[in-house]
Design a protein around this ligand. Structure first.
Ligand SMILES: C[S@@+](CC[C@H](N)C(=O)[O-])C[C@H]1O[C@@H](n2cnc3c(N)ncnc32)[C@H](O)[C@@H]1O
Length: 245
């Protein structure tokens, strides 16, 4: 009888996810620096200085025509393995340079949630959405500590040149972990710090080792690192349930 009831519940609610124990990750300290980079905020987290946020006046740079040759966004979009029906998040979407190509991949019944902390960036995305009649892109205003998304709602969160700008990486990692479904992917795309030829300011680059160090204190499993973009690496993680103690 109990088995039949459980079966009925599964049919109604879908397969239950093993959410494991509540999320408890010890918080690494934010350390105020005496001497710091002019492009940094003077605070270090896990041995890395946090970069200043790029203001909305930088939106034309994000949409520069040379970006196609410099960053090969079509290779990045292909590497995300997006499927129709997915809920994909372009977190820190800026001007939405990647939100619209992502939206084509998840159409017709999936959507892209384009989030940012700057309402001016979201207004640019809304303008493009109207012009392109892209119905499956929705804008979401986040904060420096919160994605603004529902818990367990996203299949994939993409961060392109965003993570190193988080004022509060610990809080954002916690919030992103909560926003993803178990098995959902977190994808960080960062300029390669290991490559001195990448012409980007030092605090706006991250090494693969540093990314893994910061992400893997949370219940995320590293899946792969792809190095086939001209300047960035694509570092993919999967959300796993927290370990039961
Ligand atoms: C360098 S831009 C990259 C924009 C976009 N991902 C692209 O590649 O074109 C970084 C963006 O991240 C946003 N950002 C910074 N911290 C954020 C946070 N905690 N949550 C959401 N967005 C954030 C900034 O406002 C900015 O628009």
């Amino acid at each position: 009888m109990q088995v039949a009831a459980a079966l009925l519940l599964t049919l109604i609610n879908g397969i239950p996810q093993d959410k494991g124990a509540p999320l408890t990750v010890e918080k690494p300290p934010y350390v105020q620096l005496d001497r710091y980079d002019p492009d940094g905020i003077g605070v270090s987290y896990m041995g890395r200085e946090i970069a200043q946020v790029m203001g909305h006046f930088g939106a034309p740079w994000l949409d520069r025509p040379e970006r196609y040759a410099e960053e090969a966004p079509q290779i990045l979009i292909g590497a995300l393995d997006l499927k129709p029906g997915m809920i994909a998040v372009d977190l820190g979407a800026g001007s939405g340079y990647l939100s619209f190509p992502m939206a084509k991949k998840v159409a017709p019944n999936g959507k892209v949630l384009a989030t940012d902390i700057q309402p001016e960036m979201l207004a640019i995305i809304e303008g493009k959405k109207k012009r392109m009649n892209a119905k499956n892109v929705e804008t979401v205003l986040g904060t420096t500590t919160d994605t603004g998304l529902k818990n367990d709602s996203a299949d994939l969160i993409l961060l392109v040149d965003v993570y190193h700008e988080f004022d509060k990486p610990y809080e954002m990692m916690t919030s992103m972990w909560k926003s993803l479904k178990v098995g959902g992917r977190l994808v960080l795309v960062e300029y390669r710090k290991e490559d001195r030829r990448v012409p980007i300011k030092e605090v706006h680059k991250m090494s693969e080792a540093q990314v893994r160090k910061e992400v893997e204190i949370f219940p995320f499993k590293w899946v792969t690192t792809k190095k086939n973009l001209p300047r960035q690496h694509i570092i993919v993680f999967e959300k796993v349930p927290p370990k039961k103690s």
